[in-house]
Structures are given as structure tokens and as C-alpha cells.
Write a protein of this length. Structure first.
Length: 213
């Protein structure tokens, strides 16, 4: 008798446990997807923060050189892998130089550096239509001092991310104008022309208002 009752209880307990597991599994399947997060940095994978923190957005050059160092190649390999995975981004490559030498030389160096990065990323399978290169010479230095520590930081190419939906991008992924992605100068409308009756008489005595002091 007791064995029969125990057997029934055991079967009921197993059935209840199985039902509980099925309910938990159903709830788990209905949960909204959680954004993938990188182990390093705790940022969402595929975001600009992910690119900046876990990949790196710039490479550096030695003086008067456009050659990619082994360190730069390692960084660009990571950029290429990331861009191959997240194809919703186009990029602008900003070439820069230090302030040593004349303006034309630095402009040419920064252009050649940006082109070197562009060529390398293209060799890694990044569609050329997603890449646009610009050069700034020494105009946008990040460090300003008369020392090697500053010069080395300025000899660089920076990869700027842009989404394909960005209205600033043309069909080939190029900005309409070479503008900084971080700051833009405000545009002011021209003042309306004055009516002839409102013109001020060219009197040197009354041209400027008198001080109230």
C-alpha cells in the first residue's frame, strides 16, 4: 500500500518538475534579445564606442615617412576585421602631419599617409566605395609643443566612422565637403541691404557713439 502511494507521489513530482522546466524554457525563448557586449570595455558590439575602445581609430608614422609600421598594420588589421563585420559604416581617413617643414610638404605627406591606409584597408577586402581620404597637413594638430612627444602624436591617420544613412555621404561614401566630423563653424546669413533713406551720413565726428562715461 505504502509502496503504491510513494510511487504515485514520485510520478507526480517528476511531472511537476518537467512542467516547471518547460515553463522556464518558454519564458527564456520569449525574452527580448540582449545586445552583444564585448568582454573588454563593456560597450555594445558594433557601436562607435566599440570601435574606439576595442579596435582603435588611428595609426602613427615616423618623421617624413608614409610607410606603415608593424604596429600600424596590426591596428589596421583589426579595423579591417571590424569593418568587414559591421558593413553599415563608411569611413573617412583623415591624414595629418606635424608642423616641421613647409606647408606644401606637410600637406603632401598627410595626403600620402591617408592614401597608404586607404590602400591597405582595400587590400584587406574593404570596398573602396566605403572609404574616403582627406588630408589636413599640420592644420589639425592634437598636441602643440616644440618637442618630439608632440610631433609624434600629430603624424597620424584617423579613421572616422560614418553610417551609410548619413545625409552627408554621397552614393560612393564621400562627404560633400571636407569638414571636421566633430565641429562645424556656424553659418550666418548676409545682412539685408539698407534702404537709401536709412544710410548713415559719413560724418567722422558722429560715426561712432559717444561714451557714456
Amino acid at each position: 500500500m505504502w509502496l503504491f502511494v510513494s510511487s504515485k507521489l514520485s510520478v507526480a513530482a517528476k511531472a511537476a518538475a518537467l512542467a516547471g522546466l518547460l515553463i522556464v524554457a518558454a519564458c527564456a525563448e520569449n525574452k527580448p534579445p540582449v545586445p552583444e557586449v564585448q568582454a573588454t570595455g563593456g560597450v555594445e558590439a558594433g557601436s562607435p564606442q566599440d570601435f574606439l575602445l576595442n579596435v582603435g581609430d588611428r595609426v602613427f608614422f615616423t618623421e617624413n615617412s608614409t610607410e606603415l609600421s608593424s604596429t600600424s598594420i596590426t591596428s589596421l588589421d583589426k579595423q579591417a576585421a571590424w569593418l568587414s563585420r559591421y558593413t553599415n559604416y563608411n569611413i573617412t581617413l583623415e591624414g595629418h602631419s606635424d608642423e616641421k617643414g613647409d606647408v606644401k610638404k606637410n600637406k603632401r605627406l598627410s595626403e600620402q599617409r591617408a592614401k597608404a591606409v586607404q590602400t591597405y584597408l582595400g587590400s584587406k577586402g574593404i570596398d573602396p566605395s566605403r572609404i574616403h581620404a582627406v588630408s589636413y597637413g599640420r592644420d589639425k594638430r592634437v598636441a602643440k609643443c616644440n618637442d618630439a612627444s608632440c610631433w609624434s602624436q600629430n603624424r597620424r591617420v584617423v579613421t572616422i566612422l560614418q553610417t551609410n544613412a548619413d545625409p552627408m555621404l554621397r552614393s560612393r561614401g564621400q562627404p560633400r565637403a571636407q569638414q571636421s566630423q566633430t565641429s562645424r563653424m556656424p553659418v550666418y546669413a548676409s545682412p539685408p541691404p539698407q534702404e537709401p533713406s536709412e544710410l548713415v551720413r559719413a560724418d567722422p565726428v558722429n560715426t561712432f557713439p559717444q561714451s557714456s562715461e
